[in-house]
Ligand binder design. Sequence first.
Ligand code: AMP
Length: 284
Amino acid sequence: MKRIATIAEMKAACRQVARTGKTLGFVATMGALHEGHLSLVRASESRCDVTAVSIFVNPLQFGPAEDLDKYPRTLERDAALLEQLGADFLFMPGVEEMYPQGAQTYVLVEELSNKLDGASRPGHFRGVATVVAKLFEIVRPDFAFFGQKDAAQVAVLRKLANDLDMDVEIVVCPIVRERDGLAMSSRNAYLTSEQRQQALVLHRSLLRVQTAVEQGEHDSAKLIEIGKQAITEEAGARLDYFAIVDPDTLDSVADVSRGALVAVAAYVGATRLIDNILVTASPQ
Ligand code: AMP
């Protein structure tokens, strides 16, 4: 695996892949890699000839009161994992490389960026869209792999790629969970063992909604109440949002008969966690 820190060198390496006619897959991460990230790398490797992974903790997507400084950084361990997995390129630029003094261009997916996590984290999706647009231009991947874990991010990035006519296919991979159901996240490292238990309430709330749907409840307002009630029962958790939306527009849907994204965000201690499921009302 080749480690690359400059944009010029990464472009040269990726253009060389394109010239040889091989397909290039790309996985963008902020590091502190876990099985969720690795599942994306494996998906890329099974679909593409060459796989590039980036590790960049993007300051532009963190709010002023958020965890940019304490975000876990485990570069050597991450590089070893990617090497083992057989990734071809690891792009790990510094902040100055990605945002040199004087940069003043941003990418904003206007409406979607204000929904779900965007409503709670002003500026977050502008930061995500800007860095991903830059990474896509540097790498020019044929396929880019993202996790369903960040469902709102998926909607924003699909729109970005479509609106800007990018030649990249966005592939969405399922949420990887711990054995007890907790969605894997780099931020789980912040949790104490007590909070780790409390954090299970996110998945539990989604399962309750899923069960209710399976039992015939299709009314989103009622389903949201069921989900919120589950969160309330865990004193260690504080709800940010519980929403039932169209997975592409992120607009609320009144009932789930035609399928919907059920998404939750909650704080456990100071740590903000998210999770979601896609529900289908009709039997599969
Ligand atoms: P991050 O490092 O948090 O920016 O995440 C990088 C990529 O990994 C994003 O596409 C995430 O959606 C994806 N990802 C993070 N956690 C998981 C998970 N538990 N399962 C699947 N994909 C994930």
